[in-house]
Ligand binder design. Structure first.
Ligand code: GLA
Length: 384
């Protein structure tokens, strides 16, 4: 993100002085989708695209926020009843409130922010926004007393309490903890994590954006989560120790098949298999076995499309094209219902794949998909 651009807008929209500039990235996820809120494993990394904000305390009790991309200006107070209407501003308001709930004495500030992480592409632009403000408010008003995990939880709680999405912890974790050149395997129950150097020799990671944005994505997402909880409740009757689908086997699931709906059964089947796939990918990476990694990615796509039902025609088409081109691994990334596929491609196939994907997609859907090369980068930090 161009820092000078953000600064010039901040100067223009406020009193001509400057503040501090913070940035947080969006994320990719190699594998482990819809596993985070099931206590399972995820495998994300931060990217070189994110949200950048200039922020300066203004000595008042209100926040004056300017979205450079939307050319929209909003002011709001810091009490619970002051929630702004604009959805982008609710993220910032939510972060302020969650920091206050954790004992940080947040005061008014001026801010202007912009992003280069594509909206609705499944790369977590909202987590990038939340993490930027959580990190900044911790430094500006909290003496950095909130630790990094709690900052990620501030973002997650913002989604739950102010934006209506019952998300897991993956996106905010990846945005805050990202490390250049490394993916992270996170156990979403214990919150233990491990950095994996990821510079696959001979391969590239590339995202192909279907540009589909599902209107009902948040309610459909919450519904998936509900299905998982329904199945856990049924299994718990005989296995009180079970807390998440992470603790369940296919055997346990099959025993409650008659008690749960067909739909809930399929959702749980996907999650149980997906949690295992992440572990298989960790093993494969230890052996530099990218063929297995790729095969698991295709399996994830099938599961997300047929069992979890969070894919769509466009994403399925992109997955087919990747397969036909001999791409090593491909799948829908993130929550689904639109957004990107993530593709693990051999260097020598890269050009053919991209050209074919653009051509075939355009023929079928009348528009050319955008392509983003993945550069794995650092998490939240102050720029200047
Ligand atoms: C969204 C959510 C995450 C996670 C993914 C699916 O990005 O914010 O918590 O559940 O979907 O893996």
């Amino acid at each position: 993100m161009d820092i000078d651009f953000v600064r010039s807008r901040f100067i223009k929209h406020f009193d001509g002085t400057t503040g501090a500039i913070y940035t947080s990235p969006g994320r990719i996820n190699l594998i482990g989708e819809h596993t985070d809120y099931n206590g399972g494993f995820v495998f994300p990394g931060a990217v070189d695209k994110g949200i950048t904000a200039e922020i300066k305390p203004n000595g008042k009790n209100k926040v004056c926020a300017y979205s450079i991309d939307l050319k929209d200006y909003v002011e709001f107070g810091l009490n619970e009843e002051d929630a702004p209407k604009a959805s982008w501003a609710r993220y910032i308001f939510g972060v302020c409130r969650e920091m206050i709930k954790r004992g940080v004495e947040v005061k008014g500030f001026n801010t202007a922010f912009a992003g280069d992480v594509p909206l609705g592409a499944g790369m977590s632009s909202s987590a990038a926004l939340e993490s930027t403000f959580a990190f900044a408010l911790n430094e500006l008003f909290g003496d950095n007393k909130i630790d990094k995990f709690e900052l990620a939880k501030v973002g997650q709680a913002t989604e739950h309490n102010y934006c209506g999405v019952n998300c897991g912890i993956m996106d905010q974790f990846a945005s805050v903890f990202g490390k250049e050149g490394h993916l992270m395997c996170l156990d979403c129950r214990s919150l233990e994590y491990k950095y994996y150097p990821f510079r696959p020799e001979g391969y590239r990671l590339v995202l192909v954006d279907s540009a589909v944005k599902h209107e009902l994505a948040s309610s459909a997402y919450n519904k998936r989560r509900q299905s998982c909880e329904n199945v856990v409740a049924a299994i718990k009757e005989n296995h009180p120790e079970v807390e998440f689908l992470r603790d369940c086997t296919m055997d346990m699931l099959n025993k409650v098949k008659a008690q749960v709906t067909e739909e809930d059964y399929k959702r749980a089947e996907y999650v149980i298999e997906e949690i295992q796939r992440v572990l298989d990918v960790c093993d494969a990476l230890e052996r530099n076995d990218y063929e297995t990694v790729g095969q698991k990615m295709y399996e994830t796509h099938q599961g997300m499309s047929k069992l979890y039902e969070v894919s769509c025609e466009e994403l399925d088409a992109l997955n087919d094209i990747a397969f036909d081109c001999g791409v090593t691994g491909s799948r829908v990334m993130g929550g689904g219902f639109g957004g990107c596929t993530i593709n693990l491609v051999k260097n020598e196939l890269y050009e053919t794949f991209i050209t074919t994907a653009k051509e075939r997609f355009k023929k079928q859907f009348g528009r050319t998909p955008k392509v983003y090369d993945v550069v794995i980068s650092d998490g939240s930090h102050r720029v200047c």
